[in-house]
Design a protein around this ligand. Sequence first.
Ligand SMILES: NC(=O)c1ccc[n+]([C@@H]2O[C@H](COP(=O)([O-])OP(=O)(O)OC[C@H]3O[C@@H](n4cnc5c(N)ncnc54)[C@H](O)[C@@H]3O)[C@@H](O)[C@H]2O)c1
Length: 355
Amino acid sequence: MPKFRVGFIGTGRKPERPSRLGFAMAYAHAEGYQQLPDCELVACADIVEENARAFASVYNTKVYTSHREMLEKEQLDIVSISTWPMTHAALVIDCAKAGVKAIHCEKPMDYTWGAARLMAQECERRGVRLTFNHQRRFGKPFRMAKQLLDEGVIGKLVRVEFGAGNLYDYGTHNFDMCNYFNGESPAEWVMAQIDYHTENLIFGTHNENQAYALWKYPNGVWGVASTGAGAWLIGAHHRIIGSDGIIELGSMEPGAPALRYRRFGKGEWETVDCGGEDMHGPGYIERAIADIVAALREGRESELCARNALNATEIIFACYESVRRRGRVDLPLTIADNPLVDLVERGEIKPQPER
Ligand SMILES: NC(=O)c1ccc[n+]([C@@H]2O[C@H](COP(=O)([O-])OP(=O)(O)OC[C@H]3O[C@@H](n4cnc5c(N)ncnc54)[C@H](O)[C@@H]3O)[C@@H](O)[C@H]2O)c1
């Protein structure tokens, strides 16, 4: 069987303990490809040579300091991109132009709505499979919650909710899962407010300190998100509310299981055994990589596809646009920039440096 030639852009420096600013996600991707018999880890490119060399010494790949040179010389089939968000679109488009078959890019899509759409369009028109690492879709608690929902255990879906650190950097996972629970529909409108008083740069990108967001889907289902200090208002990673009951994932209540549900009028929570998996893993990224490779092999679309990622990304930027417009934003979103960055750059929001 001919093997898919896999390359990596942005290896990171594998830390002893991952920090908020340097997870070296390429290593997690590489572990996934390494488990697949039809993948060959060929090359990596990082602008910091030392990082690329360290990665190559673990995975026995060739080393480049220019992704363009790597793309030109290595005839890659699949490229995994694990750089910071504001570089994603440009790197994805370079890969697509070089003729790779599939690109698996880290979340969030990019730093602006225009760049996120452009990278998706450029891949689509070249027939390149573009996916994003919203790996929680492959976590047992999330899969089993969807199964409970589809089986009608809590009746008809009414509302999806999440509590998280922020809307953009981590929130992209949460919005993506809300859309997953509601059948991958784009949202119809979004309304949000944020507080951003202390500079919060995550992977070089502005993230609010606290937000409250409401959105609605065309099928009548509502979404609610509360971030930062307000995450406690929701009190769970996700809550799925149906006509007959509630499913909770990652409740913030001490000792609560990863997944539980309760039917209205029936009293107690029922715990669902998720085999030790929580909101973060283990094994989610390996399963995500296995799915994007299987999708390429089988000629099908992975559920990590750009279309699904765009649905989540549109809600994020619509939240920030709602702040800028001081009102509800009806979708599709027609702006191209990142409204939060615009508000900061114009001095309308003045986050102070972290002390
Ligand atoms: N899916 C998840 O659960 C998850 C978890 C953490 C981080 N992330 C995302 O992964 C991405 C990367 O985060 P990280 O923590 O791995 O970063 P990192 O800082 O550990 O690694 C990024 C690497 O990219 C390199 N780089 C920058 N520009 C480059 C370019 N043009 N060409 C080649 N290399 C370049 C840097 O030198 C660095 O080595 C971010 O978008 C982040 O949001 C996802």
